[in-house]
Design a protein around this ligand. Structure first.
Ligand SMILES: NC(=O)c1ccc[n+]([C@@H]2O[C@H](COP(=O)([O-])OP(=O)(O)OC[C@H]3O[C@@H](n4cnc5c(N)ncnc54)[C@H](OP(=O)(O)O)[C@@H]3O)[C@@H](O)[C@H]2O)c1
Length: 216
């Protein structure tokens, strides 16, 4: 299948592109600075931002006759109060997906978003309320609401702390991350492992409509 990736030149996005290409998928990557991503067979790079609907449209139409049939989002969010990079991007994506009849979207969210907040460590709960993480988590919370209302087949993977370690086995902990104890998620999960889960979630329907917390 062809997958549209948003955030493809980011630290997790790069693993997603390699993982998807290795599995025989084709990728369209919408990124602001194409020079930051090396050309690869099966990878179509489109210059632009998901904050501009016409750029998303260009990405959907980038390869004539080969429309993306799923979207993976590994976009970052800003710490600047009031900004909604992820939420605005998802609102634009939902409109474009419906226009093109594309129903599957898999987004990298975070442990601590939505109903999983109650199960993260006390320190992280404090940080989410009192530091620069507040806006980022507010943005992720908006995405949670947008996708749940969208009518699309969504998967929101609520990843624990991201690391650059090797790909390793992944624990799926339910939608809220219950049962991890006082050090919940502190061991983290490698971006390479997350990439594998994001591509799995596109290929399978196992987690459709779900928000699993994932950690190594
Ligand atoms: N850090 C953690 O421990 C952790 C844990 C769980 C979940 N997460 C979430 O995981 C996601 C990805 O993390 P990551 O570390 O892989 O991200 P990253 O390396 O920081 O990459 C972020 C990506 O988002 C793009 N981006 C950022 N702001 C943008 C904007 N205003 N317009 C267009 N594109 C923009 C970047 O493109 P440019 O190169 O053009 O800026 C880049 O492709 C984030 O949403 C983060 O909140 C993080």
């Amino acid at each position: 299948m062809r997958v549209l990736i948003i955030g493809g030149n980011g630290r997790t996005g790069r693993f997603v592109i390699d993982e998807a290409l290795q599995r025989g998928h084709k990728i369209t990557a919408l990124i602001r600075n194409p020079s930051t991503l090396a050309a690869k067979e099966g990878l179509k790079i489109v210059k632009g931002t998901p904050l501009e609907p016409s750029n998303i449209e260009s990405a959907f139409n980038a390869v004539p006759g080969d429309l993306p049939t799923a979207v993976i989002v590994t976009l970052g969010s800003s710490k600047e109060k009031g900004t909604r990079v992820m939420a605005d991007a998802h609102e634009n994506l939902v409109v474009a997906m419906k226009r093109h009849g594309v129903s599957k979207i898999v987004t990298l969210a975070s442990f601590g978003v939505g109903s999983s907040l109650a199960n993260i460590t006390v320190i992280m709960r404090w940080a989410i309320s009192n530091t620069g993480l507040a806006n980022s988590f507010a943005d992720h919370n908006h995405v949670d609401e947008i996708l749940k209302k969208s009518g699309l087949k969504f998967v929101l993977l609520r990843a624990a702390r991201l690391t650059m370690a090797k790909k390793a086995p992944v624990q799926f902990l339910g939608d809220d991350g219950k049962g991890l104890g006082v050090f919940a998620g502190m061991g983290g999960i490698s971006r390479a492992s997350v990439a594998g889960c994001l591509v799995d979630a596109v290929e399978k329907s196992t987690w459709d409509g779900r928000t699993p917390v994932i950690t190594n």
